[in-house]
Design a protein around this ligand. Structure first.
Ligand SMILES: [Cu+2]
Length: 329
């Protein structure tokens, strides 16, 4: 039994290390606070547990004797119970309360006005994330760029049901709830790509509702934002030109926006700079020609239940359409 239990513990530890995102590897000052609290509480719990086990053992070991170690009668026993059972818990729990509910909570709560340099609106959809940058026309999906080393206010809303936004290495989670604007701060210390998930069951494809926060060096971020705010490039070849025609004449344009064309629907992700993204379908597929083709040909095969239907296109139309989509840098 012991061997089996040890094996189980070993497997859990190994699996815990497998995850791509480890909440205990903080990448922001906010997550640092949370992780410090976690380890503080874990250490306290281990010490408390060890103390209790020791006292139990001591009681059993001395079960034949009436007095305490070092002598002393009932009075001393009562004092011990009051100190260990009442005073110590009050002191420890009060300290923990101040540490967590005052300091950690304050550091990770919605940022106070004027303490952030940039605002990003993140909108949950079944089953993908939209990101808008107020004051610019930039819109993107699932890969949310922010400048590193900068306090960014994220305002979370939803287009449909309740979702929850969680980027484990950056901060705690916030629910996104119809009719409410919940706020959180993302302040990535280093440039990098930080994965997040929807953390509230929101329907069939909840498990495929990932996002990535891409923290760029500030200059690179500004270039990205300026580029994203521009309209889509015009088709450079006759094939892409025809692809655009297919897009605009098919139902695609009834659900998607490509800025600079007359497609302005907001049911699905903005595709103006689709080719700049590393993944599609909320991090479900890499944005490679083959997986993009699989997706457009049959989204229901890749992500059953997704709010995008397969459309009847000829192979020729599909090829030209894909050539156009791949040109949307
Ligand atoms: Cu969700």
């Amino acid at each position: 039994v012991v061997a089996r239990a040890l094996a189980l513990v070993g497997i859990s530890v190994a699996l815990a290390g497998c995850g791509r995102e480890n909440a205990l590897e903080p990448a922001s000052p906010q997550q640092h606070r949370i992780v410090d609290l976690f380890w503080g509480m874990t250490a306290g719990a281990v010490i408390g547990f060890a103390l209790i086990v020791f006292l139990l053992w001591l009681g059993w070991h001395r079960r034949g004797r009436a007095d305490l170690p070092g002598g002393g009668g009932d009075r001393r026993g009562t004092t011990l119970v009051v100190v260990l059972g009442v005073v110590v818990p009050i002191v420890v729990l009060s300290a923990l309360f101040v540490w967590s509910d005052v300091f950690v909570l304050r550091a990770t709560s919605a940022p106070a006005r004027g303490t952030t340099e940039l605002t990003v609106e993140v909108i949950g959809h079944q089953w993908w994330w939209e990101a808008r940058y107020p004051g610019t026309s930039a819109v993107t999906a699932n890969e949310i760029h922010i400048p590193a080393g900068t306090r960014v206010e994220v305002v979370g809303t939803t287009a449909d049901v309740i979702h929850s936004l969680w980027v484990p290495r950056l901060n705690r989670k916030i629910d996104v709830i119809p009719g409410r604007r919940n706020r959180i701060v993302f302040d990535a210390t280093e440039p990098g790509r930080y994965r997040g998930e929807c953390y509230e069951f929101c329907g069939l494809q909840h498990a495929h509702m990932g996002l990535a926060v891409v923290a760029d060096p500030p200059a690179r971020f500004r270039a990205w934002l300026a580029h994203n705010a521009k309209d889509a490039a015009s088709p450079a070849t006759p094939q892409q030109q025809h692809g655009r025609q297919v897009f605009l004449s098919q139902a695609c344009s009834g659900c998607h926006q490509i800025r600079g064309t007359r497609a302005h629907a907001v049911v699905g992700p903005d595709l103006t700079h689709l080719a700049d993204r590393a993944t599609i379908a909320a991090l479900t597929l890499p944005n490679r020609p083959d997986s993009l083709a699989d997706w457009v040909r049959d989204p229901q095969h890749e992500k059953p239940g997704a709010r995008m239907p397969a459309l009847p296109l000829t192979e020729g139309e599909l090829n030209d359409l894909l050539a156009y989509l791949r040109s949307l840098r």
